[in-house]
Design a protein around this ligand. Structure first.
Ligand SMILES: NC(=O)C1=CN([C@@H]2O[C@H](COP(=O)(O)OP(=O)(O)OC[C@H]3O[C@@H](n4cnc5c(N)ncnc54)[C@H](O)[C@@H]3O)[C@@H](O)[C@H]2O)C=CC1
Ligand SMILES: O=CCc1c[nH]c2ccccc12
Length: 280
């Protein structure tokens, strides 16, 4: 299998990158065909969430693929309600007896239980053997500081919006996570080419595209990789899935990474979770 990259987590498990996302465009929709197509194209990491309200159809897509469970990497995320109960429902919907990674989708969802208390529950679930790795999503430094140093297990992953147009605000969080051994996973990574364009950034992408013979999409994935960030992305187009699967992990020169950082940092465009720009 030709996979862009994998990363070793702080609990020693290996996570595959990129992951195929079943949120955004697939939220509330039947995702079975898309998931099947992604797995058939060679992707093995499926990123789900209770909030996407489509875990059952994701489970159907996984089942239809016929790929053995142990060859797949499945992430899902807690939304609201009783954590243990909703987790059991996720297993039932996905038709699996364990998930590889379970994330608290946002500190907002953990707040009613308390950030520390909800993390304790995830630790319990990990100890039950039904979850290989536990982590968070959209947690800020101040959220993490509430439990990271005293927890039995540190979060293995913090999944956040990460692309050059949030880099200026995200870099402190990135460096905090990395100092604690927490892998940052990115979503929304293609926003600088799918949601907004800036001429100077486009000029740089065009220049680097020629230099490395890479598409803009591949440059953005490799930029994230250069920051030791794993990628969650999605597409329903066969040719894009093919490109995602066959990304070779081109190492960008440090000066190019820094130029992408520098021009990206001139702007700030966040598309999800505005709370990430707010103080606690
Ligand atoms: N934890 C969280 O709060 C969040 C997690 N996610 C996860 O991340 C996944 C991916 O999120 P996205 O923001 O959609 O990722 P993304 O920024 O990678 O964009 C993917 C979209 O861009 C389109 N695309 C790909 N290449 C393109 C190109 N060259 N030109 C134009 N369009 C192109 C695709 O068709 C797809 O719809 C979601 O499905 C979900 O699983 C997404 C948002 C929030
Ligand atoms: O995981 C993604 C969370 C999210 C926040 N806003 C939206 C809108 C559409 C799909 C997913 C999400």
């Amino acid at each position: 299998m030709s996979y862009f990259n994998d990363f070793r987590l702080n609990d020693n498990a290996v996570i595959l990158s990129p992951a195929y996302g079943t949120g955004t465009v697939l939220k509330g929709r039947d995702a079975a065909k898309n998931v099947l197509q992604a797995i058939q194209s060679g992707l093995r990491h499926i990123d789900c969430a209770q909030f996407y309200e489509n875990e059952e159809s994701v489970g159907k897509g996984i089942k239809a693929s016929g790929v053995p469970r142990e060859e797949l990497y499945i992430t899902t995320k807690y939304a609201t309600g009783d954590i243990r109960e909703t987790f059991r429902n996720s297993l039932l919907s996905l038709e699996v007896d364990y998930v590889d990674l379970f994330l608290i989708h946002s500190a907002k969802y953990a707040q009613p239980h308390g950030l520390m208390e909800s993390w304790d529950l995830l630790e319990e679930l990990k100890d039950s053997g039904k979850i290989r790795s536990i982590g968070v999503s959209n947690y800020r430094v101040d959220d993490l500081k509430q439990f990271v140093d005293t927890a039995k297990y540190k979060p293995a992953v913090n999944q956040i919006e990460f692309h050059p147009f949030v880099y200026g605000k995200a870099k402190e969080l990135l460096s905090y996570c990395q100092s604690k051994g927490i892998l940052v996973a990115s979503y929304g990574g293609l926003s600088p080419i799918t949601k907004i364009r800036h001429e100077d950034f486009d000029d740089l992408l065009n220049k680097l595209s020629q230099k490395y013979n890479l598409s803009h999409q591949a440059l953005l994935y490799n930029w994230a990789r250069a920051h030791n960030v794993m990628v969650v992305t999605t597409s329903s187009k066969a040719e894009r899935l093919e490109e995602i699967k066959s990304l070779s992990g081109t190492k960008l020169d440090q000066e190019d990474v820094e130029e992408l950082d520098r021009i990206g940092e001139k702007y700030h465009h966040r598309y999800y979770m505005s709370v990430m720009d707010e103080k606690e």
